[in-house]
Design a protein around this ligand. Structure first.
Ligand code: IFM
Length: 757
């Protein structure tokens, strides 16, 4: 189960497949457009290349499309939308990280041609991509034309015409030896982007077939056109070499792109492809999940892991946007999706990328300090939506569910992102034991966030308590609410953790501590005040009552029962509800109280989890793709296994089945991270306990024969295999774990635990 196949060409499905077939290496991304289609939405993105120009807010820039290629037979371009499709197959090969296709087209004059191709975006050299075409005229010989070009007419907002915008000016275009180039510059930030492509072509004997060439500039698009003579039944090969170099990585992008293509061309595309596939294959050894007995789940989970990996970068100044590098949904912005949903996957499988995600926050700390200052707070306030510098980039205006313009308040009120970052910092430290990171970066962030919370809380004298009012919790249907439990609980936890790490640094690295204390102007008194505040932060939870009120006043809101579900099993709006007044109802967009219990599971009992799950699950509309995975995990924790499996499938298939209806706009990266958590924390039952040990309480659906996954815990690789009868944990070194709450010492090798009885 390594291939995501498409066996039928239906034009209307192209945009969704372009997302599914996106190839990326954490830096460069090419949406999976079909070069031989007229109906496409090209997307070329480089992580970190954001620009604002005339857009509402800074956004990830859609760069020129380097994939341009046309083949003309008797003047007719080969086009899926025009020719008769005799056979069609495209497939994402996830094992090797390539996009393959094999099609046979019949032209209007009856000529048949077979086109096979293999595309990749290299993990070995992050500026490169390549495509190998094998082309066979099946019933004719003669002259054809092959055109290679760079499309400099791309723009952002194809799916959102009101926000249509080209973010770059074309500075230079031309021919080079070999091939073509474009050099463009973004309007505001002045990023330079050099695009180089070149073709190599040879017949079955290896003879060069690209000898007759003309260079043309068509509008702003550089283009080279070759005249080629081909023979019936004989396959010829075209190799496309591509490099994109930006001023984020080079002081002379065009020169470097040119040099890059020169070496690449001389070495041959196969060499680069080989290096690329070796890296991807090796990564699978660290991150793969095997589910025996459920092909849908197996394919689905690999699809999610593959695309998460494609977004992972070695560059600590970029993070992962809500829609990956796969489209323009949410403008390439980074949300809590990264820390709370995607981060655990990287933390336990590919920790070097987890570290980079945290370093991105460190590198955007100056922007976060600026936000706090501008809003009248202290320390650092991380933005709800983040781009390249940590300042707030949430748009102020959007549309409600009926298409009416509405003010978006999340950028003003969704403060919990700060605690979410703190949670990921603390988890990173527990799971990796990376003290150096905490010393050099982590503690500084925790202290600055601690300061922020201490300045954000409001003291209520009458009740002698601290409150956090006018906020939005994870459930975004309810705005301007007071004392949202998710926010308050995490703020309290965060203040205590920030204080704990202040003393940790003092104890472990006194020199660094003194420098940081001086630099931040912190005093012991200030840090001690955090404890006093935390102790008095109001958590709207009644003594002896297990059900938690999401925020003050929630229980008084209107009740609307969900009674109908769509073909994807997702709730339909109750007929009684007015969609412009959702805030007056008990309906919620996504888990909020339940979310808290998953972010800090060690703080709540199973009974509390059950009671809150049962209450809130009935009222959740799942209007965010972040929602089903969390209910799946909680369902497994409290024994609602039937719904848990259903929610798991909705999660792993969110893009493969486009069940939220917006996969055209990019990959649902948070849901993909949630899918990993469903398998490992849900079915695998892995939970990080308060004392920093792992506990396993697995449960498998009836038809699953086995589940196996790998994790890295405190630098030790572990392989976990679960069947109905046994749990096996393979390790190289001794370490303690718990199984169903009982403590064991693992010995090197395979350790078996009975699950029956
Ligand atoms: O971060 C999420 C949020 O929780 C719900 N709306 C979409 C955002 C981006 O995925």
């Amino acid at each position: 189960m390594w291939f995501v196949e498409r066996r039928k060409y239906v034009q209307e499905e192209n945009y969704v497949y372009e997302t599914l077939y996106t190839l990326a290496n954490g830096r460069l991304s090419l949406r999976g457009v079909d070069e031989f289609s007229n109906y496409k939405m090209p997307g070329t993105y480089v992580a970190g290349i954001y620009d604002k120009h005339d857009a509402q807010v800074t956004e990830l820039v859609n760069l020129p499309d380097p994939l341009g290629i046309s083949i003309y037979v008797d003047g007719e371009p080969l086009l899926l939308d025009k020719s008769t499709i005799k056979s069609y197959m495209r497939a994402l090969d996830m094992k090797n990280g390539t996009l393959n296709s094999s099609i046979v087209l019949e032209l209007t004059n009856g000529k048949l041609i077979q086109l096979d191709s293999q595309r990749f975006v290299s993990r070995s050299n992050l500026n490169r991509f390549g495509i190998i075409y094998k082309i066979t005229p099946l019933n004719f010989s003669g002259k054809i034309f092959i055109e290679n070009y760079i499309d400099n007419t791309t723009y952002n907002g194809k799916l959102d015409p009101a926000n249509k915008i080209q973010h770059y000016a074309v500075l230079k275009t031309g021919e080079m030896m070999p091939g073509l180039f474009s050099l463009v510059k973004t309007y505001d930030k002045g990023h330079l982007i050099a695009i180089r492509t070149a073709l190599k072509g040879y017949d079955s004997k290896g003879e060069n077939i690209l000898r007759y060439r003309k260079y043309r500039l068509i509008g702003n698009n550089p283009s080279e056109i070759y005249t080629v003579f081909i023979r019936e039944g004989e396959t010829f090969t075209l190799e496309k070499y591509g490099a994109i170099v930006t001023s984020r990585h080079s002081s002379e992008p065009l020169k470097d792109a040119d040099a890059n293509v020169g070496i690449y061309f001389a070495e041959g595309v196969e060499e680069e492809l080989k290096r690329h596939t070796e890296i991807v294959n090796k990564t699978w050894e660290l991150m793969d999940i095997q589910i025996d007995g459920d092909e849908t789940a197996q394919l689905g989970i690999r699809f999610n892991l593959f695309h998460l990996y494609q977004c992972a970068s070695d560059d600590p100044t970029v993070s992962i946007g809500a829609r990956g590098l796969h489209g323009e949904g949410y403008k390439g912005h980074v949300f809590w999706d990264t820390e709370i949903f995607m981060f655990p996957f990287f933390l336990y499988t590919l920790p070097k990328y987890a570290k980079n995600l945290l370093l991105y926050r460190y590198n955007t700390l100056p922007g976060a300090r600026k936000n706090a200052h501008q809003n009248g707070f202290k320390g650092a306030q991380f933005p709800w939506e983040s781009a390249d510098d940590g300042t707030e980039v949430t748009p102020k205006w959007g549309e409600d569910y009926l298409g009416n313009p509405v003010r978006i308040w999340t950028g003003d009120e969704e403060y919990h992102i700060n605690a979410d970052i703190a949670v990921s910092l603390v988890h990173y430290h527990i799971v990796t034991s990376d003290d150096d990171f905490m010393r050099d970066y982590g503690v500084e962030m925790l202290l600055e966030i601690g300061r922020f919370w201490a300045s954000r809380v409001e003291y209520n004298e009458r009740n002698d308590r601290y409150e956090i009012n006018r906020v939005i919790g994870p459930d975004e249907f309810h705005e301007h609410v007071n004392n949202n439990v998710y926010t308050n609980y995490l703020a309290k936890w965060n203040l205590l953790k920030s204080r704990e790490y202040y003393y940790w640094l003092r104890e472990k690295y006194p020199d660094k501590f003194e420098v940081l204390k001086y630099y931040l102007g912190l005093t012991d008194e200030e840090v001690e005040s955090w404890k006093a505040i935390a102790e008095k932060i109001y958590i709207p939870k009644k003594e002896d009552e297990l059900l938690i009120e999401q925020f003050e006043g929630y229980f008084q809101l209107e009740e609307h029962e969900i009674t109908e579900w769509d073909e994807n099993g997702l709730p339909k709006w109750p007929k009684t509800v007015d969609l412009t007044r959702l805030g007056e109802t008990k309906l919620i967009k996504q888990p909020d109280v339940v979310m808290l219990m998953l972010v800090l599971p060690e703080e709540f009992t199973k009974e509390e989890m059950r009671v809150n799950y049962e209450y809130y699950e009935k009222r959740t509309m799942h209007k965010s793709s972040l929602s089903p995975s969390m209910y799946s995990i909680m369902g497994l924790k409290i024994g609602d296994t039937h719904n848990a499996y259903r929610y798991f499938l909705q999660t792993v298939l969110v893009d493969l089945e486009d069940n939220q209806g917006n996969t055209n706009n990019g990959f649902h990266a948070a849901s993909a991270g949630g899918a990993w958590q469903c398998v490992v924390n849900g079915f695998g039952g892995m939970c990080l306990e308060k004392n920093g040990e792992l506990n396993f309480e697995p449960w498998l659906p009836e038809h699953w024969k086995s589940l196996s996954f790998r994790i890295n815990f405190k630098g030790v690789p572990l392989k976990v295999t679960v069947t109905k009868e046994k749990l096996c944990i393979e390790t190289r070194v001794e370490m303690p774990v718990k199984v169903r709450g009982n403590r064991f010492d693992l010995r090197p090798g395979k350790n078996y635990f009975e699950l029956v009885g």
